[in-house]
Design a protein around this ligand. Structure first.
Ligand SMILES: NC(=O)c1ccc[n+]([C@@H]2O[C@H](COP(=O)([O-])OP(=O)(O)OC[C@H]3O[C@@H](n4cnc5c(N)ncnc54)[C@H](OP(=O)(O)O)[C@@H]3O)[C@@H](O)[C@H]2O)c1
Length: 338
């Protein structure tokens, strides 16, 4: 399975590191990296496979990908040319998420699907805005479009439901989907102000380049839309999600949660009740016997209520590039397994 990687920033680089670290698995599954494209740091292609260790070494030394010269390889100026003209089996897409237009990921994914290529993406922005269109494109061409990395990073959610809960209907979803917000609320719970907690989160690295997408709940809302469409077959868009971020959370709110015997968390909720559909992202007090109340720091997780086996809870301790890269690899392996 020949992989073309689009985007080699935090997640793309981690994906390359994982390919190197898990070379026994990728070798036995015949997975090879044949191309890497960036916006401004060069593009390379080798139909016989790129030496990933060399690629990482030269990228670390020069900041560029096209510093790697290798036998039989091509250095290209144009990422589109790779997408549209060169041979590969699966596109791994990790360009930045745009929560308003979904570009450039929407166009990149569409072009690969139109050529009959499988696609694996980490792009929460494009998948939340164009889920229906992109899934339709993959169905028409009979190829896979997998997006495990878009929600809960490395913790399996969609594959868990797809492969581990066949026949189960998810009736309610509750999630802590944004690690940055959970980190800020946890630090505030230990006595820091919002500004101090935000600064500390920034020092440790935020998931999105614009921190307000995290703080104002937009990133969590985009993930909630993907869950609603994918796991609960709901026909909704982000405008229908009631979104409240944590920008205005005060120490008084944190103390009030403690007084009530709970913890304040940014919760994504999808529930169909007697009043209709409740789909929201906002700060909620979770009682201490709620499984998600125990997620601290950058942890993320979800509680699913199913019609057959009741509640299923999953959590992960972090949601950074390394975990996201693992989901991309897991999706590639799923496609390889058919
Ligand atoms: N970071 C996380 O922890 C995390 C977690 C979950 C999901 N995600 C998702 O993963 C994706 C990647 O995130 P990231 O943090 O790795 O972003 P990033 O560090 O900003 O890297 C983005 C990469 O995409 C490249 N790129 C941009 N436009 C391109 C184009 N038109 N053609 C080819 N390459 C292009 C950039 O090229 P240059 O190098 O030339 O700028 C860069 O290499 C995003 O959709 C994000 O939402 C990230």
């Amino acid at each position: 399975m020949r992989v073309l990687l689009f985007g080699c920033g935090r997640v793309g680089r981690s994906f390359c590191e994982l390919l190197s670290r898990k070379r026994n698995i990728t070798a036995s599954a015949s997975i090879s990296l044949v191309g890497v494209a960036t916006r401004s740091r060069g593009c390379i292609y080798n139909p016989y496979g790129i030496d990933v260790d060399n690629l990482l070494k030269w990228e670390a030394l020069t900041g560029r990908l096209d510093a790697l010269l290798h036998e039989g390889g091509l250095i290209l100026n144009d990422a589109d040319e790779m997408l549209e003209d060169l041979d590969y089996d699966v596109l791994v897409e990790c360009t930045p998420s745009d929560f308003e237009l979904g570009e450039p990921a929407r166009t990149i994914i569409k072009k690969a699907l139109e050529r009959g290529k499988h696609v694996v993406t980490a792009n929460t922005g494009a998948m939340s805005l164009y889920y229906d269109e992109l899934m339709e494109g993959s169905l028409q061409r009979g190829v896979s479009l997998l997006y495990e990395a878009t929600v809960l990073s490395g913790t399996p959610l969609f594959s868990l439901v797809r492969e581990g809960l066949p026949g189960c209907h998810v009736k309610r979803f509750e999630g802590i989907l944004n690690g940055t917000c959970n980190y800020i609320l946890s630090v505030m719970g230990m006595g820091s102000s919002f500004d101090e907690a935000m600064l500390e989160a920034q020092r440790r690295g935020l998931s999105e380049q614009n921190p307000w997408f995290d703080i104002d709940g937009l990133e969590a809302a985009a993930k909630t839309v993907i869950v609603a469409k994918s796991m609960m077959s709901l026909d909704i868009d982000i405008k229908q999600v009631s979104i409240n971020g944590i920008r205005n959370v005060t120490m008084q709110n944190i103390e009030e949660a403690k007084r009530k015997g709970g913890k304040l968390k940014l919760v994504s909720r999808i529930e169909i009740n007697s009043d209709g559909l409740d789909i929201s992202v906002g700060p909620e007090i979770l009682s201490l016997n709620h499984p998600l109340a125990y997620l601290e720091g950058f942890s993320i997780g979800a509680l699913l209520l199913t019609d057959i086996i009741g509640e299923v809870c999953i959590s992960g301790s972090s949601s950074g590039p390394k975990e996201t890269a693992y989901s991309l690899l897991r999706d590639v392996l799923s496609i390889k397994r058919g």
